[in-house]
Structure formats: structure tokens, C-alpha cells
Design a protein around this ligand. Structure first.
Ligand code: FES
Length: 80
């Protein structure tokens, strides 16, 4: 599930690969609202951070898909 929507994928593939197949290919938003998405795919750029099963700031390019996994893209700045 990505942002509560079921997404077809293969067990073991990187979560970042799944995000890149979506219409909106971003993984997170910066505090200014700009979209950032997977770039290096080797864990170096940190542009692919997601919330995975409630755990914050996981690099999706290093995160293999598991059955029942819940991915949430960072929404950017929180409302106060
Ligand atoms: S794509 Fe660069 S750290 Fe994940």
C-alpha cells in the first residue's frame, strides 16, 4: 500500500522502484512543498525517504517490498 492505495509490486523489489512506477513518482515533499524522488538508487542521496510501516525516514531504494507493507510519502511541512 502506498498512501493507503494498493499498488502491484513484487516481493523483494526496492520500494523506490515501486514509487517510480506511480503516476506521481515522488517519495516525499520538502518543507517548501517541492517534490523529491528516488535519484541515486544506492542509498547515497536521501531523496527517497518514506515512512515505512510507521517508521520515519527510511531510504526506499534500500528497502525491499514485503507482504502487507504500508508506505507513506512524507507530506512536507506539517500544519501547526
Ligand atoms: S535513491 Fe538515493 S538514497 Fe535512495
Amino acid at each position: 500500500m502506498v498512501d493507503g492505495v494498493p499498488v502491484p509490486c513484487f516481493t523483494g523489489e526496492p520500494v523506490a522502484a515501486v514509487l517510480l512506477r506511480l503516476d506521481s513518482m515522488h517519495a516525499r515533499r520538502t518543507p517548501s512543498g517541492a517534490r523529491r524522488g528516488p535519484h541515486c538508487m544506492i542509498g547515497a542521496c536521501f531523496d527517497c525517504l518514506v515512512i515505512a510501516d510507521g517508521g520515519p525516514s527510511r531510504r526506499s531504494c534500500l528497502l525491499p517490498v514485503r507482504d502487507g507493507m504500508q508506505i507513506t510519502r512524507h507530506p512536507g511541512r506539517r500544519a501547526l
